[in-house]
Ligand binder design. Sequence first.
Ligand code: MUC
Ligand code: MG
Length: 373
Amino acid sequence: MSPILIESIQAIVVDLPTIRPHKLAMHTMQQQTLVIIRVRCSDGIEGIGESTTIGGLAYGNESPESIKQNIDSHLGPLLVGQDAANINAAMLRLDKAAKGNTFAKSGLESALLDAQGKRFGLPVSELLGGRVRDSLEVAWTLASGDTARDIEEAARMLDIRRHRIFKLKIGAGEVNADLKHVIAIKQALGERASVRVDVNQAWDESVALRACRILGDNGIDLIEQPISRINRGGQIRLNQRSPAPIMADESIESVEDAFSLAADGATSIFALKIAKNGGPRAVLRTAQIAEAAGIALYGGTMLEGAIGTLASAHAFVTLNKLTWGTELFGPLLLTEEIVAEPPVYRDFHLEVPRTQGLGLTLDEERLAFFSRT
Ligand code: MUC
Ligand code: MG
């Protein structure tokens, strides 16, 4: 039987409006930019994937424009003409020829998995070994920058049973003002919600030591990436001293980073992100390191739209344990969709489709309308 070949690869930059500005320590998002990947194969099947980051180059080493450029000029040509059904060989070829670029690789790997699922009539989760759950609990990020507005937003989410876990983005402001903001929100929500913070590396160790203690003593359940990813010694000390558990996010830019954090005892929770590991298969390698090291797991996001969100979800439903739930709410931050079937959120959870591939089809008209020309 002759192999099914990859015939063409297209990367499309799409700008979508958000429901409100989203304020992180390093950047305030006024919209979100997705990179949509289309992989067309010789059996007529098309796989779709997504490579999305936050704030241009503010968050990581790849921007939407560099992702597109690197796929168009380097990664795409390496895959065209290769066996579309052999994902191991395709991704190995990319890893041998290209360093890093995990965001671009993640979208390509997702698209190959989507195509393979459509080919075999299976959901991506089943290609990854099979799911152990059908839905995932989803946190919401309160990031309007205003305490009263955040409390109101959280109360509404609780009332409509959409979220009961809230992550607060802090670090952009003065530390005492940030702590006041977080404590006011926790006091307003009380036991109705789990409240966590993400500092996005903004503090130094001297600030973090005091702030983590205050946060832990005031009922905050988890502290994400309080200090620089570069400060490994500081991460180890904080992990030992903070009363609330510390989660690594930016510290993980590869599966190898995950291994060295585990070996150093630098964190007690990993934020799993397909984009920072190189795809849904790659992120499961990081999950296996965590499981072996006794590190808990959380399903993270780069605020992808529906495609990247479901590519993550299909990987996360296969995990033995997902102690801290997920934050796969990206599509809910957008006012527009470019797929025909928007993901379903119900009763604090995201439902993961059992249809073939990722379970999504592109809405061509809307994709064309929002694509950058
Ligand atoms: C991050 O740093 O975790 C995830 C949720 C959110 O609001 O921002 C992202 C990025
Ligand atoms: Mg984070």
